[in-house]
Design a protein around this ligand. Sequence first.
Ligand SMILES: O=C(O)CCC(=O)C(=O)O
Ligand SMILES: [Fe+2]
Length: 332
Amino acid sequence: MAASPSSTLVSPPRVDLDGEDTSTLVRGTPEWLRCAGLVRRALEANGWVAVGCRRRVPPELRERMLVAMAELFALPRETKRRTGAADGPYRAYMEKRDSAACHHEAFGVLNAAAGGGEEARAFVARAWPHGNDRFLETLTSTAGEMARLARVILAMVVDGYGLSHRSDEIVAATDTNFRMLRYHNDNTRTSSSDGQPAVGLAAHVDGSYLTVLFQNDVDGFEMRTGDGGEWARVHSPGPDSLLVVAGQPLVVSWSNGRLHAPVHRVAVGGREDRLSCGVFLLPRRNLVVDAPPELVTVDAPRRFRPFEYSDYLRFKHAGGNGEDVLDRFAGI
Ligand SMILES: O=C(O)CCC(=O)C(=O)O
Ligand SMILES: [Fe+2]
């Protein structure tokens, strides 16, 4: 039987990070620790969670970012290609077709909002040589707020394992890649003529510590569930929440295999493009990714050998998008 687009709908568990209690995001308060526990448990169970963060990333800012992205993707192809800096995958512009029916394009800006937004400014200057202040402001605000949030969530995970004394050092040794994606279904159907789902981004696990995402109103994010490898379509967490997905370095280092990095993909049907953007929170390139002694016990022996993050990336980019990449690369 031909594969059909996934009909099962799943919703991520939700943790509200800007509820009534303003101490939610103050390190070490009971509310912080409560949220840290919820985030940790959600990432252990399924590797994903929706976080409510309307105050930090308000719907109005998201809307502006989506409009800005539409403007960026509408630039001529030659211009878009010019936006890529030549030093590695995180700053490249790429176009890719992972199935017959759908292709995607992606831009990456490394540490977009850091140090006064230097990288964002350089990116915008390559895209619009005469400048585009509105785009620049939207990019730095969105990437900056999402990067802050991603670091809050990483600190929560670390604190959630009782390692609060290490979280500042861990969070400081991270970079961010802000990615903007557009998926275009060339057939405007959910599946192509051979019955295969219109996969715009093939099944993969993330190589970040964690990824924080939002999208326009075109759904398409799918999670692989169960042992049989069935796909389930993720119900968009809505304008007040961002989707957080755990990646493999987090599984290794800050949980010693307790967390789960889920396999996911994007499949898009219909006429309208899917736009999404996200912050990929990355260990610094030369960081040694390893489980701390506190998480290695007789009952939970070390699961992975230590490795330099850049070596893992090289291995992954050479063809290891599947779930087994980590075990093949560093499993004990
Ligand atoms: O477009 C999306 O919503 C997901 C993108 C994604 O999974 C990725 O870039 O790793
Ligand atoms: Fe992903």
